[in-house]
Design a binder for this molecule. Structure first.
Ligand code: NDP
Length: 492
């Protein structure tokens, strides 16, 4: 659903990253800019939030273009750092007038239409400095701390009208605002940050988008808290079976991919995910936009040792560690499929085994440094205990995958890492379309499957994978769970 979103100070820095994230998700986004030019591709209205008349004019322009503002991100802010004794009254009041009173002006104006509509999302951008204080920033810290009291009051006042008001308090973020700090001060700041780095504007944007979504119908306690305050008071732990888990998902190529279902369900169940793509990250990035939440895409060819060697560091940068890895990769050259079994050359068989089976071991080893607390690896197979029409050398490749999974279960169990497979019935994904005579193979399910089977529905397989990634299979490893309508259990 496309909503009318307004981001103040959305022409650069954190505001621009937030605006772009909403636009990419399909919302109608307007930004205010005080100086310079509006950013390309976004609807810009000139507005200084210290001037009530300009705020009024800006809202009218946005309403004429996109309709009443449904999501307001009050992001515009300034610093004027100096030590207290040197801080003039103007230094103090001008910062408060922009950061706190300016926020009051825009929220007040936006709230009118939100109250009429009986819904709305407001996110205020504060700062950790408002909570911790910082020498030389008494004016800034006071204004940012003020936002917290402002938001808490509004949450009580506007909550009954279905309007949520939340505050995001970023740590230090790489933008123009922090570019003016001396190298010495930057080093001091980074030394105090557990991750040892500044945040990127995109990272703030995803939190803001979450709080503005339907999933964000709650009042957050803090950015990093896993506990959320729901409604007015009760402290609840989210119930998704992957809540708090970080999961790497390979093989997301199309919306029909099993991996797409896995990624979607995993996010819905509370996981943070990272995707890998082959051959083109751009394709996966485009499809990933259809997921409930944004997900970073990394390039990974599982047969490329350089890619594998660099994977852990890249994942660490974006997610930290991993609790789960999904192997949803299979490939055989055309001459290894479709009835050519007796004439397939070794090179084609070797490719099929390398990409489809050995890669489970390669991927597991590449992710191992990120799974120090244990975890779950889940792959996808197609029952390799029997021979299928047309499937040819993918059969032995899947048999190798099934054996590889058992050996990984044997060798990684000591580190509390489980390795299991879902044996799925036929699904008309991109991989299946490349199997000549796929329909012949799928026909067995029309006649013999105990449960009805839909070749266009990858969700049941996705659910099986998510269940194995969760803590609900804590002592299961080296296993193959059939999600095939029960056909494997039935004779002719
Ligand atoms: P930037 O300096 O990059 O951007 C600030 C934005 O605010 C600009 O778009 C600017 O518009 C706008 N702005 C400033 N004053 C006014 C005004 N009077 N009226 C309208 N717009 C105004 O900063 P960041 O992106 O880093 O910061 C964005 C928000 O995040 C701020 O509220 C900041 O306090 C907060 N924050 C930043 C952190 C960081 O480390 N960078 C950490 C924690 C919080 P213009 O371009 O026209 O000047």
């Amino acid at each position: 659903m496309s909503r009318s979103v307004l981001v103040t100070g959305g022409n650069r820095g954190i505001g621009l990253a937030i605006a772009r994230a909403f636009a990419e998700a399909g919302d109608k986004v307007a930004v205010t800019y005080r100086s310079g030019e509006p950013p390309e591709g976004l609807f810009g209205v000139r507005c200084d939030i210290t001037d009530t008349e300009q705020v009024e004019r800006a809202f009218k322009e946005v309403e004429a273009e996109h309709g009443p503002v449904e999501v307001l991100i009050a992001n515009a802010g300034v610093t004027k750092d100096t030590l207290l004794l040197r801080m003039s009254e103007e230094d103090f009041t001008s910062v408060v007038d922009t950061n706190l009173t300016g926020t009051f002006r825009v929220v007040k104006r936006a709230s009118k239409a939100m109250m009429r509509a009986r819904k709305g999302r407001v996110v205020l951008i504060s700062s950790v400095v408002g909570l911790t204080g910082s020498p030389g920033q008494a004016n800034y810290a006071a204004s940012k701390a003020g936002l917290v009291g402002f938001a808490r009051s509004l949450a009580r006042e506007l909550g009954p009208r279905n309007i949520t008001v939340n505050v995001v308090a970023p740590g230090f973020v790489d933008t123009d605002m922090t570019a003016v700090l001396s190298d010495e001060r930057r080093a001091e700041i980074v030394a105090g940050v557990p991750l040892g780095r500044y945040a990127a504007p995109d990272e703030i944007a995803s939190t803001v988008r979450f709080l503005s979504s339907d999933d964000g119908r709650i009042h957050h306690r803090s950015r990093h808290s896993r506990r959320r305050r729901i409604g007015h008071g009760s402290l609840t732990i989210m119930s998704g079976i992957l809540e708090g888990k970080r999961i790497l998902v390979t093989g997301l190529l199309m919306e029909s991919s099993i991996a797409f279902q896995v990624a979607k369900l995993a996010q819905e169940q509370g996981a943070e995910i990272i995707l890998t793509a082959f051959p083109r990250p751009s394709l996966t990035e485009r499809i990933a936009k259809k997921l409930p939440k944004p997900a970073k895409v990394l390039e990974l060819d599982v047969t490329n040792q350089e890619h594998l060697d660099g994977l852990a560091e890249q994942v660490r940068e974006h997610l930290g560690s991993l609790d789960g890895v999904v192997h949803s990769i299979g490939f055989a050259p055309q001459d290894a499929l479709g009835g050519n079994f007796l004439n397939t050359p070794w090179e084609s068989v070797a490719t099929a085994v390398h990409v489809s089976a050995f890669s489970l071991k390669s991927l597991a080893m590449a992710c191992l440094p990120l799974m120090e607390d244990g975890g779950s690896i889940v792959g996808l197979t197609f029952d390799a205990t029997i021979a299928w029409q047309q499937y040819d050398w993918m059969g032995p490749a899947k048999a190798a995958l099934e054996a590889t999974s058992r050996y990984l279960a044997r060798d990684l169990g000591k580190q509390n890492i489980r390795c299991n497979l879902v044996s799925a019935g036929p699904i008309k994904s991109m991989a299946a379309k490349s199997i000549p005579g796929f329909d012949v193979l799928a026909d067995a399910w029309n006649t013999r499957s105990p449960l009805s089977w839909e070749v266009t529905d990858p969700e049941p397989a996705g659910r099986g994978v998510v269940a194995l990634l969760s803590d609900w299979f804590p002592k299961t490893t080296g296993e193959i769970v059939h999600v095939d309508g029960g056909l494997h259990a039935i004779g002719a």
